[in-house]
Design a protein around this ligand. Sequence first.
Ligand code: 5AD
Length: 344
Amino acid sequence: MDDLVEILGRERDLPDEGLRALLTDPDTTEPLAVAARQVSRAIFGGRVWLRALIEWSNVCRNDCLYCGIRRSNGRIRRYSLSREEILSCCERAWATGLRTFVLQGGENPAAALRLADTVAAIRSAWPEAAITLSLGELPRETLRLLREAGADRYLLRHETATPAHYASLHPAEMRLQTRLDCLQDLRDLGFQTGMGMMVGSPGQTAEHLIADIRLMQAFRPEMIGIGPFIPQRDTPFADRAPGSAETTLRLYSILRLIFPSANIPSTTALSTLLPGGRIAGLRAGANVIMPNFTPAPYREAYTLYDGKNAPRVESAVQIHNLLKDLSAAGFEVTSSRGDYKRYV
Ligand code: 5AD
């Protein structure tokens, strides 16, 4: 196994059977993490980029079978932050030293179009900040407006690269190809573009994860978001088993070795499943943390999966603890935008 880790580190690729072995063998978790950490250190110098996550709206037109803010969930209170509320989140994040604002929300094209004014307001108030959007699939013209308003980056997980698996996670009207077209639009419009998938989503096999890796090797995203699937009680997948934290950690390491300079967040889903998961993710090769700056009263309504808001470690009061944990674990937090830089 150590040979496989070594080859992956050197070649930044492996044939399918090598990836399958690394993904499925628990004995590889530690050697993979050691190798991935070395690459992260070489590229990011032990620095961690912080992104302020602002969950601006949970109104969504989609009905993804895994997601708690799916359209047909009638048990959550729907909300959208006003422009003033969004700006005050940015204000708080900026004062804390964060230099990237991430506006994330359910897929709602009409609202996304109106959000362009807010993006422009953020851009003019904080010219040096990076603005990341995560608003689902949008028409190319809307994306263009948002880009012109000042957005720099866009996160749109592809969720799975296998069409049949995609169809088992989504309602019939959603198509993998539409999402891939949207990713291409984002790239064409000059966004730093993020893709990714859940680990252990219902029906997922190692073959699906290998296909995900192959798709990302073809697209070369600047950012990669992954986290374990966690069931949400009001969804059709309420009774499905969660994904494995260990597999998620191995995948962080594999992705770091294949995509040395990609910005890879250690996600909330991992820390929901695994105490100390946030640091564990960084130690496995991730280089980004996204503290939650959504105002407290709205947080419980942004319930993608169960337990998401339980630790409350990301409230503004506790960001201090996060910074302490990071420095205790040997990571340096910087007030840099942390843009993607190509590894040479
Ligand atoms: N468990 C883990 N991640 C989830 N997401 C949505 N629902 C869940 C869940 N139940 C992820 C999806 C989506 C991102 C915003 O959150 O990958 O792209």
